[in-house]
Design a protein. Structure first.
Length: 157
């Protein structure tokens, strides 16, 4: 029989708290998520930078960013890009969403994920459209928002 005194663990000579955690304690620890240090949302410029980095990482093609500040009040920038297939479009959208969440963006809204022909991500001040090439050619959003293509910045992939 073990002689367990005050301040000693179950194993006898070990200090209190050194015993292995129970399954219940482990599951509680796994559910605990610390709050972010800063609750401030990233700036529109930082959000745009994060979107462009994510698109570049996922090999998105023909990325265009359009400045909307002088045209509308619902967003500062629209990013239009293409993926090679439905699976690629879905993967690009998933990566952008994950990276924006990690950066602290909240209240992200997404449309079009089940079909992945055209996925729209609303990140507040930045709107992201991810298209399959045929769908992008059909809707031609760049022409609608930039009639003379003045102000649109093409990025090479």
């Amino acid at each position: 029989m073990l002689d367990v005194g005050p301040g000693q663990g179950v194993r006898g000579g070990e200090p209190k708290g050194s015993a292995a955690l129970t399954t219940t304690a482990l599951s509680r620890a796994a559910r605990f998520k610390p709050e972010p240090v800063s609750k401030a949302l990233p700036s529109p410029e930082e959000t745009l930078r994060q979107v462009l980095v994510s698109l570049d990482d996922m090999k998105a093609e023909d990325t265009v960013s359009i400045d909307l500040r002088t045209k509308t009040a619902f967003a500062d920038t629209m990013v239009v890009t293409s993926g090679r297939s439905q699976r690629h479009v879905g993967s690009i959208a998933d990566r952008v969403l994950d990276d924006l969440r990690k950066a602290g963006c909240r209240h992200l809204k997404v449309e079009g994920m089940p079909n992945c022909d055209w996925v729209l991500i609303d990140a507040g001040d930045v709107i992201v459209h991810v298209f399959r090439p045929e769908v992008r050619d059909f809707y031609n959003l760049e022409k609608m928002w930039e009639p003379g293509s003045v102000g649109a910045k093409r990025r090479t992939s």
